[in-house]
Design a protein around this ligand. Structure first.
Ligand code: ZN
Length: 134
């Protein structure tokens, strides 16, 4: 694993939270992207080298909708940049860490992503992401 790629915050209302975090960070988001397959809308802010991702549900079926049914808004996941996501998935499986999706998925921001099972990571939801190279 390399650096922290971003920190994800689950929010109920993307427009309200965009306005709120723009105020907090003193700058607007630099991109917003819907990930249809996950039923989410994301919004990214850059603070120096760090990125914050706001995530809200676009339908009631996706993982963020389910999360927000059971939890309040707030810190949701930490994402780490990896060079080769398939290789990392195999390495972690061999370490006994369960992975929530069998295959890497297309995430926001031109990334392949997967999530580790929070029961195997002290309750912290960890996302791995690999930049898609064209
Ligand atoms: Zn993320």
């Amino acid at each position: 694993m390399q650096k922290i790629e971003h920190i994800g915050i689950a929010v109920d209302d993307i427009d309200k939270s965009n306005a709120l975090f723009s105020k907090i960070f003193g700058k607007a988001n630099y991109k917003s992207e819907i990930v249809e397959s996950e039923g989410v809308i994301t919004s990214f802010f850059k603070i120096g080298d760090s990125k914050i991702e706001l995530v809200a549900a676009t339908n009631s079926e996706g993982p963020i909708a389910k999360y927000l049914e059971k939890n309040r808004e707030g810190m949701h996941h930490i994402a780490f940049d990896v060079e080769d996501i398939e290789k990392e998935m195999i390495r972690l499986k061999n370490e006994g860490v369960r992975i929530l999706n069998e295959k890497p998925k297309q995430g926001a921001d031109n990334k392949l992503v997967c999530f580790l099972h929070p029961k195997d990571t002290n309750g912290v939801l960890i996302e791995l992401c690999q930049q898609i190279k064209h």
